[in-house]
Design a protein around this ligand. Structure first.
Ligand SMILES: [Zn+2]
Length: 177
């Protein structure tokens, strides 16, 4: 195992000492780091679908039957990556003073000004994301990557061929979500 690979494994396990973590954050990232990172993640999953891009610390964009889907590490699938996975999650909204106080104690905001939306995986119950939003504000769509450009122009690797025909995400796609 190379030093870089060991560092990535320690990083994922949360065992990298702060001094090394700090150095790693500001250091030049060698080419191939992303591929090593994804290979280590892939080894740890119990499912076979290829990870195209990690989305959060629990969610991944994976190759699935000729399209790209969002998948939890437990195996639950949320559907096409161009759709907002949050809308397929279990959603708990904290909108009363008591519910907000459970999190913020005496420093809770007034529920007329902000609510907390907790998005949980229907498969494993993990808390995947929390949004603080003004009541009535649409559910935010966090990240819509341009996978074709990422593979072709950044990684200089062939993207899955079925991705080539897909239009790049546009500002219009964002606005419609
Ligand atoms: Zn899950």
């Amino acid at each position: 195992m190379t030093q870089n690979e060991k560092q990535i494994r320690d990083l994922l396990d949360g065992t990298l000492p702060w001094s090394q973590l700090h150095q790693a954050m500001s250091a030049y990232k060698e080419s191939g780091r992303f591929q090593t990172y994804v290979r280590i993640l892939q080894e740890r999953m119990s499912w076979p679908e290829r990870i195209l891009l990690p989305l959060t610390d629990r969610l991944y964009i994976v190759e699935k039957d000729g399209h790209a889907a969002v998948k939890c590490d437990c195996g639950h699938e949320f559907g096409d990556y161009r759709e907002n996975w949050k809308l397929s999650a279990l959603i708990r909204v904290r909108r009363s003073e008591d519910e907000l106080r459970e999190i913020y104690g005496p420093f809770a905001c007034h529920p007329d000004w902000m609510e907390l939306r907790e998005f949980l995986c229907p498969g494993c119950g993990a808390l995947l994301e929390v949004d603080a939003a003004v009541p009535g504000y649409p559910v935010t769509f966090d990240f819509l990557p341009d996978l074709t450009t990422f593979y072709r122009d950044w990684l200089h690797e062939p993207a899955p061929t079925w991705l080539e025909g897909q239009p790049a995400p546009s500002s219009k796609a964002w606005a419609s979500r």
